[in-house]
Design a protein around this ligand. Sequence first.
Ligand code: URP
Ligand code: ZN
Ligand code: ZN
Length: 463
Amino acid sequence: MKFDMIIRNGTLVTSTETFRADVGITGEHIAAIGSRLVSEPSCTVIDASNKYVMPGGIDVHVHLQLPFCGTVSADDFVTGTRAAACGGITTIIDYAMQNKEKGLMAGIQSRMKEAKGRVCVDYALHSIIIKWDMPTKQEMEEVIAFGIPTFKMFMIYESEGWQSDDAALFSALETTAENGARICVHAESDKVMNLLIRKYLEKKDEVGAYGHVLSRPNFIEAEAVQRAITWAEATGGRLYIVHMSTGEAAEILHQARHRGINVYAETCPQYLLLDDAVFKDRERGHLYATCPQIKQKKDQERLWMALTRGDISIVSTDTCTFTINQKAMWKGDFTKIPYGLPGVETLLPAVYTSGVLQKRFDLNHFVSLISTNPAKLMGLFPQKGTLAIGSDADIIIVDPRKTRIIDFKEMQTNCDWSPYQGMEMSGFPDFTICRGSVIVQDGKFSGREGYGKFIKRRPGGEI
Ligand code: URP
Ligand code: ZN
Ligand code: ZN
């Protein structure tokens, strides 16, 4: 067999196995996995001795150049996907907002136009439903056939015009029981949250950025998660909770999955590595504002436990980058902070360092959380999410002995600060290979804008 590339002598890690082998790549696909694969003169050979060879990461929750909170998130399709590549992510899933007049597909077409010629890794889209009616229900079929089987709904963000009410959520979930799509929900309880926001706004100078914490106690997420799960149970619908941040919600999820309800969830590194003490810093606390906000240490531990025992299936980032200048828009009012954090570049190192190296789970489970489960649940498997013959050659090569001190100045993200600044992390890739092309070499971006392709996905994804 003739290969374009051979990754030699690495330790291959999938979600189920760890073994020494060579990987042979022909064109965009893995063509062989075995020992002593024969290289011809034209073949590129990468020595992966003493390194891990793993499927590329899949970040299922990314908002690049998102118009939000009166500004636009700072990582665009170029910088965000370059950052993804350098962090070992070979596929991102971003969002396409429904066009209120023209519908879901119109929103998808315009988002794809924004991405065209700019993405450096492969990408897919979730379709955001903001207006539920009969045409939207019917259009879901077209969107699914187009290759987008996941739909996002927000239980908050009335002021952005994005919010769905319970009737819409119930009806959309009911529809997924028939069409195999999945509803991805931002679950926070808006009525009580708004009441608390009004209460703490009166004391905004006193509470500072910590007002963001005070107005969103854990029950704000837990109640909304419980409500969404109730609608999923009643309808037999297919539910996915995005950016789960509380121990209470993790417990509700555990009970619901135990009862056999079709619900999955993700959490993000900010909820696993950081705690809400960050908001007490009078100078920089507001930088960390994201929705839901970072919670307490006890929540971190409960979320790790949920990841370890498989209740939470995916770690994503909810990347929505804002610079120090953009964050300064708050001017002391915690309701005016552009909400969101950079993250796509540090996802894999964060989970590897705090998950695997701190012995919360093994390397195979790590691969399942950042690659295989995302691929399975989001309808990409086995094209992506594994090392197997015929799969896309989306591969990272990681030297486990290398560590790095996180410094925003050395990263690709278009951000002048990092939530993880100064932390020591391992797990950055030496090489990132996307569909057979080396896009990161020796830790440096070597790909090109426009290389990334839109990837069509299938409905019915389960883990
Ligand atoms: O604050 C956040 N997370 N910004 C992005 C929008 C969202 O809610 O996911
Ligand atoms: Zn959200
Ligand atoms: Zn988000």
